[in-house]
Design a protein around this ligand. Structure first.
Ligand SMILES: [Fe+2]
Length: 309
């Protein structure tokens, strides 16, 4: 059987070169792998020269990858500079996402994403405001990751307005943000943005159900609340969402909070937060979420931004 190679971003490799005391590989243009083994003390220089030559990643054998990612995770836990930490979490997260898309769903990768989420959420809880998040992360991180941290931040602000807020719940909601679109690739997103719903593939249309089913199977300890949130993350209060066309009376409060936060995060993706008319967006969301739990969720958005009715 062909060994399974996993890429590591060259910047991460430079920053954490001391962990790479294993055989690593460089992919040649024809796809052949060249095997290299060097003492860790020489690696910083070597990796930097690779980067200068335009190399974007080195490759590891699957088992070494998981061991090194475990060590990186450990080191990230103690990292104080959240900007640097996020950058590295982003790199590792994108990698595990790619492995998942390429090689199918895998319990180990799922566990890696979940423990990265815990570290990321702890950093998010320290972010002072939305604008600083936008300024620090928009350009540097990939779109999936940016969406995830933005949405997590907004959810955190919303659920903080309730007396039952807890850090544990925030971690669960972050998990939902991180995993809800895990089966979709960049090109699925492009397609879904460009075409109306009736032109989507079955996989695209049913991704909320597909992800929920995989999590039931591989993530046995994932909370049913999180799975419900994922299942309902594209439904809308008036029944125009997908895949089931549910209406507000079927939603949990957490689902509604998730849907609203996703809408805000999406709207903020292509604007400058410092000049954006947030009041107008919030009014619009409030109008569309007037019934049942949706009303409580839109009120939470209102009060999280310090707005009054
Ligand atoms: Fe989705």
């Amino acid at each position: 059987m062909e060994p399974l190679y996993v890429p590591i971003n060259i910047d991460v490799a430079i920053r954490y070169h001391r962990f790479f005391d294993v055989r690593f590989f460089i992919k040649k243009r024809m796809g052949d792998m060249i095997s290299i083994h060097q003492k860790a003390i020489f690696l910083e220089k070597t990796f930097k020269s690779y980067k200068a030559k335009g190399l974007r990643e080195i490759w590891l054998l699957n088992e070494d990858y998981h061991r090194i990612v475990g060590e990186l995770r450990h080191s990230l836990e103690t990292k104080k500079d959240f900007r640097a930490a996020f950058h590295d979490i982003n790199s590792i997260y994108s990698l595990s996402r790619n492995i998942l898309l390429e090689h199918g769903f895998n319990k180990k990768v799922l566990e890696e994403s979940r423990s990265l989420n815990i570290i990321a959420i702890k950093h998010i809880l320290e972010v002072p405001d939305l604008a600083s998040l936008m300024v620090n992360f928009k350009k540097e991180n990939d779109a999936f990751f940016f969406r995830y941290i933005m949405q997590s931040y907004i959810i955190n602000s919303m659920i903080k307005t309730f007396p039952w807020y807890s850090e544990q719940l925030m971690i669960k909601m972050g998990e939902a943000c991180m995993l809800c679109d895990i089966t979709l690739s960049e090109s699925d997103f492009d397609h879904m943005e460009r075409f109306p719903m009736d032109k989507w593939t079955k996989k695209q249309l049913h991704h909320p159900i597909e992800v929920a089913e995989m999590l039931r199977k591989y993530g046995k300890d994932i909370s049913p609340d999180v799975i419900k949130v994922i299942e309902q993350h594209h439904e809308k209060p008036d029944g125009t969402g997908y895949p089931s066309g549910l209406t507000h009376s079927h939603f949990t409060l957490l689902s509604s909070i998730f849907q609203i936060s996703a809408e805000v995060a999406r709207k903020l993706e292509n604007v400058d937060a410092r000049t954006f008319d947030m009041d107008f967006l919030v009014q619009e969301i409030y109008q569309n979420n007037q019934k049942g739990v949706c009303r409580n969720a839109s009120m939470a958005l209102f009060s999280s931004l310090g707005l009054q009715l």
